[in-house]
Design a binder for this molecule. Sequence first.
Ligand code: BES
Ligand code: ZN
Length: 618
Amino acid sequence: MKALTALLAAGLALGAGSTTRADTGRDVHSYAEPDKVVTEHIHLDLDVDFAAKQLRGSATLSLKRIASGDNQLVLDTRDLTISKVEAAAPNGAFAPTPFTLDKADPALGSALRITLPADAKSVKVTYASSPTASGLQWLSANQTAGKKHPFMFSQAQAIHARSFIPLQDTPQIRVTYSAVVRTPKELRAVMSADNDASQPTNGEYKFKMPQPIPSYLIAIAAGDLAFKPMSARTGVWAEPVTLDAAVKEFEDTESMIVAAEKLYGPYVWGRYDLLILPPSFPFGGMENPRLSFITPTVIAGDKSLVSLIAHELAHSWSGNLVTNATWRDLWLNEGFTTYVENRIMEEIYGRDRALMEQTLGRHDLLEDFAKVDEKDRALAIDMTGRDPDEAFSRVPYDKGAALLFYLEDKYGRDKFDAFVKGYFAAHKFKTLTTEEFIAYADKELIKKNQRGIKLPKLKEWIYQPGLPEDAPQPESPAFEAVDKQLASFTSGKLAANKIKAKTWTTHEWLRFLNGFADKPTVAQMQALDAAFKLTQTGNNEIAHVWLRAAIKADYKPAFPRLEQYLVSIGRRKLVIPLYNLLAQTPANKAWAIEVFKKAEPGYHPLTIGSAKKELGLN
Ligand code: BES
Ligand code: ZN
């Protein structure tokens, strides 16, 4: 142990330019010791208890020893009640084995230290999750769309799997899993595994996930769920009242898979289904394998927000197949995915739309560059001592994608597409550090081509803050026309009702409002609202930017809508910036605190945490 620590310290002292996996690849967010023992399979046997807001039962971990002679297994846990730990003898009989639970770290939880007999090949932990588990949300019937049945769902990324399963919670270890899940008999459970719609709704469900996945991709949900197929391998799980609208909105999912396969090789996970969550889901989407979890806030009625599906689908290659080694390397998951997402969008909806989405992404990136510390404007971010939830920004997404667009531009599409496809094939079912990516790109892209870039340029993108000087700027011809009208409107030359917005897509509106929301006045808000009824828009992304402008201009006619928006949606990206703006004047802050109190019972723990921070309620 001493020697390892010394090695790590030496590695860190060398700085980011000359590191190896021994230092950069260490996962500082897990107590697990993957160099000693690794879990190969997890079997879950769980009751979903809505009254107690608990998952209760056991997790049996099948183990492989890496270092012989070690007699301790360290698992990650957070707020779990552990009632029993057993180890299996070679004949399979389980017998109790001693364990201790360390004092909890606020971000990482408690290490569970289990004494591992020399011949033990598996351990069984009997446990219950806490009603306030950070990775679960329990919704009462009236917090769902159908209002008749309760609903629960998990969100494990980045380090919340440990709040509902005791396990080695690091992306460096991949496991297969199986599960038996019991629910109230009128509800159905689904998981990031093989969901069989022909299995009757009877309160007991069995699952198998035969492909090895990192712990952050283990997912479970239970509620009043119905299924409709969209193609032979795609379909939607949703509450019955939401099902048809979702199927219509996401009907292009199969074409998206076909497009991605053409570019990057086969989709290897069998089925690809979507689970539509209640509006309190804290993210837009989560790439749980075989079953992406999706916010209902993107069901706009016109497919304008379906890039989210392209994004979660893209993770089937970048993230789920080729996985970041630690949360420092998140850009390998999200940057590649944002790039692949845009390529899929281009294939299905055309270059104009893809360019608009790239350009909107750049706007969000520049906004976040201005918000985060300089060190967080690099791609590989030092996460030591930090909670991954708190270091979240657009940087790994849009700067990561910008690097890949830049490389595409330097090497040409043919060469670059072949490189990315080869990268996925070479690392499938593996994890990768940033430094391993650099070495691979140096060998397979930079050294193999005369033209292109030199290695220091790649390192500049990855380790330096911001965008390099020669970073291309995405430009959308459609947006140039929008910008002209915005300039005429804000300078008073063009009346609101003369803005030629009849044929504008959601993207053009977002472009207009992003620019407008910088310095809006009440008079301008009134005129736009009279002409375009923006306060009433049913598009949640447009509503978000419009409500930002309303707060900045203190345009009170939009505040009832603002309240309704904040109370009915729990997606962090949509609500937190609104609380942030409201907190900037004492009167609005007081109002926002009242709204937050009404909204809080329906929010996910992550959204509650972020909102409280904005409102100074901690
Ligand atoms: N994997 C992410 C969500 C995530 C990232 C959760 C890091 C926890 C830690 C998911 O694929 C994602 O990126 N969702 C985005 C949508 C996307 C279109 C940018 C979101 O939720 O906004
Ligand atoms: Zn993502």
